[in-house]
Design a protein around this ligand. Structure first.
Ligand code: PSU
Ligand code: MN
Length: 310
């Protein structure tokens, strides 16, 4: 029988907002422990929470701490996740029961953040980039569990597209097969994380938080169990040079292949390598696109709570 009450720990402020149908935005913690260096990761995580509040929603940073599935971390817990960095397990779906049973810590990926958000009753989640089908997946079968989770967990995920470390065409094909709508906020073209363009189209362009909220609520009313992916292009002023970033990504992928890095290590490796090659410029772009997604997610969450009041 399903009973996660013993494991799920919803922060009082978040629980109160959920109970009263107030807007809440979930945030992941792999980006804190594995995606950015300390102390920039902690500063960014705190500012993201701030931006969500400024836009009328309650932030809930999600993580696993001492086996508890936390829907909402305290500033001290965020500091701990950031400082401990890769010392915290990167937790995907298959890690959840092991970490909870052994009272361990875990930094939640898009997958586990969606799962815990859904258990807590949070509908909207902001992140940077999602995992996807890796380049060369026809041989390695490396497809992120994020795509599978998007197929079966009804949470709306706001991201800046996916990085070119992935095969974006195959990632879109996978999402299509599994029934996940890919929406572009103010764009017909799938954004590619550091850049606004990828050469691939999204399914639909949607131009306002209200319309996005309406699509989410309609999906829920229809009883569709899948998630919805909103892709939000990095603001023009922070977007990176296409050539430069592609060169860095190609170099990083080649190096990872040479070193035979695979499994859960590959994504953090590629992210760190791209950051090194670009001399830190990519980190600033990464931070800015997360802020941009947090703002959009908060605005969507506000519209969802308005719509569900009716
Ligand atoms: N892509 C990014 N930044 C990230 C990640 C992916 O541009 O921080 C993180 C997210 O937590 C995502 C996870 O859910 O990596 C995917 O890992 P994998 O490819 O091992 O499924
Ligand atoms: Mn993988």
């Amino acid at each position: 029988m399903t009973d996660y009450s013993k494991y799920l720990d919803v922060k009082p402020e978040v629980a109160d907002a959920i109970r009263n149908n107030k807007p809440v935005v979930a945030l992941e913690s792999t980006i804190i422990s594995h995606g950015m260096p300390y102390p920039k990761n902690v500063e960014t995580a705190m500012k993201v929470e701030h931006i969500i509040r400024d836009n009328g929603a309650v932030p809930a940073t999600i993580a696993i701490i001492k086996g508890k599935l936390k829907a909402g971390c305290s500033p001290e817990e965020i500091e701990y996740l950031g400082k401990t960095g890769t010392g915290v397990n990167k937790a995907s779906r298959r890690d959840l029961a092991v970490l909870a049973a052994s009272k361990s810590d875990g930094a939640t990926t898009v997958t586990t953040t969606m799962m815990i958000a859904h258990m807590a009753g949070i509908k909207i989640f902001a992140t940077g980039g999602i995992g996807g089908v890796h380049r060369g997946a026809e041989k390695t079968m490396d497809i992120s569990a994020d795509l599978e989770e998007l197929a079966k967990t009804p949470v709306m995920v706001i991201c800046a597209g996916a990085k070119a470390i992935l095969d974006l065409g195959l990632t879109l094909e996978y999402l299509e097969t599994h029934g996940v709508p890919v929406l572009g906020y103010g764009t017909k073209e799938l954004p590619a994380f550091y850049t606004r363009k990828s050469g691939f189209n999204v399914d639909y362009e949607v131009d306002s938080p209200k319309e996005l909220a309406n699509i989410f609520c309609t999906s829920q009313k229809l009883g569709l169990q899948s998630g919805i992916l909103v892709t939000n292009p990095i603001p023009e002023e922070y977007s990176m040079d296409h050539e430069l970033i592609n060169k860095a990504v190609n170099e990083a992928v080649a190096e990872a292949n040479r070193l035979k890095i695979h499994g859960k290590e590959i994504t953090p490796y590629l992210l760190a390598k791209v950051k090194d090659i670009t001399g830190g410029d990519s980190l600033e772009a990464n931070i800015q696109l997360v802020y941009n997604n947090a703002e959009l997610a908060a605005r969507i969450a506000c519209e969802v709570s308005r719509l569900s009041d009716k």
